[in-house]
Structure formats: C-alpha cells, structure tokens
Design a protein around this ligand. Structure first.
Ligand code: ADP
Ligand code: MG
Length: 386
C-alpha cells in the first residue's frame, strides 16, 4: 500500500468514509553544498528527497482539530481557540501550523488530518519541516488561502520557531515547499532570493551512463553537536566584530587573505570555511548549469575537506564514508548537515552506487561503527497536492 493509501485509510477511520479528503505531500530535504553558511547570511543549495510526509486532510465546519499519526499510532485532538505555543510532542508541529496561520491573520477553521511520513526522524533530513509544510499546503488549499510559496515556508518556520520553540533557519521549510523536480534550490539566506538550478544528474550522462547521489546515513549522532554548533556561531560573530562586517557573507573570496591576516589563529580557519564554502555554492550552481559533474564532485570533496580541517565539524565515521566513496570512484563526496555525524552524499555513476554502499558498509563493520543506511536520491518536487 502506498503512503497516500495509508493516510486515506487512516483518515477514513478518523473522519468517516464520506469525508472526502485530499492528499498533500511535502518532502524531506538534503543540502547538496553550503554548510553553516545560512547563519552567516550566505548561500545554500538543498534539494528535495523522495522521502516525504503524506497528509490526508479535510476541512471541518467547527473549530476542532483532529490528527492521527499513522507512524506513531497516536491520536490528538484540540480546538483552534485552545492553541498556544507548546512542545508537547509530534502534534505540536501540525497543530502549530493552524496557530501560525491565524497569528498571521489568515482565516482557517478546523480540520481532520491523517499523517504518515517516510522521512526518517532526527537523521538531519528535516522530517519536521516535511510535516509542517504538508499541513501548510493542505490548509492553503482547504481554506482557499492565496499565500506565495516563500510565505508558506516562512509560516512553517514560524510554527517550528514560535510554536514548537525549536530554533531553525528557513532552509528546511523553503526546500520542502519550493523545490521542483530535477532541480536544486539555490537560496540566498540574506535576501531570500531563490533560483531553481537544473540537477538532472541522470540526463548529464557521460559515455558510461548517468549519475546519481548516494546518501549514506552514518547513523552517528553525537550529543555534543549542539554545543559545537553554538561555539561555531559565536566564532563567526566574533570574526564579524573584528572585521567590522555585518555578516561573513560580506567577506569576498578575493578579500579573504586580508581578512584572515586580521584574525586570531583560533578563528581564522572558521572564517576561511564560510567564505570558501559560499564561493563553492556559487561554483556548484555554475557546474550544474553547465552539466560539469566532475567539477561539482571536486567542489563537494573540497567542501568536506574544509568542514574537516577548517570548521572541524566532521568525525571519524563521516570522514571514513567520504574516503571510502572516493576510493570507489565517486566524483565527489561530502558530509551534509550540521556535523558530528549524520549523512554523507556521494556523487557517482549509477553503476558504481551499489559498490560504494557495500564498501562503506564493510568499512564501518570493520571499524566497529554503526551499520550505515544508504539510499539513492533524485531531486524531487516540493510540497504539492496529489
Ligand atoms: P529532523 O531533523 O528529522 O527534522 P526534528 O527533531 O527537527 O528532526 O523533528 C523531529 C520531530 O518531528 C519528531 O520528534 C516528531 O515530533 C516530528 N515528526 C517527524 N516525523 C513525524 C511523523 N512521521 N509522525 C509524527 N511526528 C513526526
Ligand atoms: Mg527538523
């Protein structure tokens, strides 16, 4: 049974067989390149994953909200008038969307929602944004709200920041809402300008066939990641004070040597990562537009080296996954996400993907790491009605 059928069946149990729900889908996302650039007013380049939140939804005449999570086998009920920011669990991410829309002045009534998602929770693939963006899409259609895509993403972010109380940037919700099939989404985190960058790796076939991205979830999640994230942000802020710039975005690649000369040795490498990473995102867009996957791969690998050596946010298992993928002939490989574990992306020929996955699994077993989970990613569509 497809997840669409699963949520339709759950919705029928919740609301009755004649409730005539629609189904909306919103994907998880992964960042192709551009790490820790978001809070430096820089550039990111995420794309939407095949894994997505599926939501069957129907409007109600009254102000009740009823939600079932098929995955968690849980059910939750509340009233629109009872909504107040809270972090009481999975349902806060869904009920919070009603609250965010109403706070922004939109007229929404009650609804019956049935959710199922195959975005893994807590893997850095943004299962939270997927469920928020699915609810935003559903409520916009059910209540005929004319809200532009970036505004929808912002409302999903308000849900996560102001209702659930989880501080996140806008990238996750923007990607889940705005991505289009076979494109990555370039986003300027200062201006929020976006551009669809063609990313049909399979079409960019060389003499040996098409390419794809293999995602390797190392299954490693280090508990100190939050503290390290905070200290990286603090280092960037300190560098801005010393350099007298509003954000590290304002240090250009050509201005980098002069900037580095002004900075203490503990901070200089952090700045070098951010400035070179922003340039790599721009270069990756150019490489994708030109179908130059060799260059894209080199940029990915350079990004990883920068995260490992300058920003110091990698750890043994992600480094091992990258090295093993490259040794198996990948054009490029890098950790994606905040760091200290999580997922690695490898750009490789279709006929190499299985061997890379096997080699990484073998290497991890030999070194006593977690058993990795791998899947092939194609750039999918953002939130839409089925
Ligand atoms: P991620 O990196 O996957 O976004 P978060 O901690 O930001 O991790 O969000 C995960 C939370 O989102 C879960 O703890 C849960 O509350 C909610 N969530 C995600 N997927 C589902 C789902 N399929 N069903 C119910 N809740 C979900
Ligand atoms: Mg999240």
């Amino acid at each position: 049974m497809s997840l669409d059928d699963v949520v339709l069946a759950a919705h029928a149990t919740l609301a009755g067989a004649d409730s005539a729900p629609g189904v909306w889908v919103a994907p998880g996302r992964i960042n192709l390149i551009g790490e820790h650039t978001d809070y430096n007013d820089g550039f990111v380049l995420p794309f939407a994953l095949p894994q997505a939140a599926h939501l069957a939804a129907s409007a109600r005449e009254d102000d009740q909200i009823r939600i079932v999570s098929v995955d968690l086998k849980e059910r939750f009920e509340t009233r629109l008038t009872d909504l107040a920011p809270n972090n009481d669990g999975w349902h806060s991410y869904l009920a919070g969307v009603f609250w965010a829309l109403r706070e922004a002045g939109y007229q929404v009534g009650g609804a019956d929602l049935a959710l199922a998602s195959d975005v893994p929770i807590g893997a850095g693939l943004s299962s939270s944004a997927a469920i928020e963006c699915a609810v935003v899409a559903a409520l916009c259609d059910l209540y005929h709200l004319d809200i532009a895509p970036m505004e929808r993403a912002k409302l999903a972010r308000v849900t996560e920041n102001a209702y659930v109380g989880a501080p996140t940037g806008l990238m996750d919700q923007a990607a889940s809402t705005l991505c289009t099939l076979d494109h990555a989404l370039f986003m300027d985190c200062r201006t929020l300008a976006v551009e669809q960058i063609p990313m049909d790796l399979n079409a960019a076939a060389g003499p040996n066939g098409g390419y794809a991205i293999l995602v390797i979830d190392t299954m490693t999640r280090h508990s100190h990641a939050d503290g390290e994230y905070g200290s990286r942000r603090a280092a960037c802020e300190e560098a801005c004070r010393i350099l007298g710039v509003p954000a590290l975005r304002d240090v250009s690649a050509t201005g980098l040597p002069a900037a580095l000369a002004q900075l203490p040795t503990a901070i200089a490498p952090r700045v070098r990562h951010i400035v070179t990473e922003n340039q790599r995102v721009l270069d990756a867009c150019e490489a994708l537009r030109g179908g130059d996957l060799t260059r894209l791969g080199a940029l990915m690998t350079a990004s990883h080296a920068s995260m490992r050596d300058d920003y110091e946010i990698t750890e043994v298992s992600v480094d091992a996954a990258v090295e093993t993928a490259l040794a198996q002939g990948a054009l490029g490989a890098r950790m994606t996400g905040g760091g200290f574990g999580g997922c690695v992306l490898a750009l490789a020929r279709l006929d190499q993907l299985a061997a890379i996955a096997e080699a990484v699994t073998r290497e991890f077993a030999e070194r006593g790491f977690h058993t990795p989970v791998t899947f092939v990613a194609r750039a999918e569509s953002g939130a839409h009605r089925v």
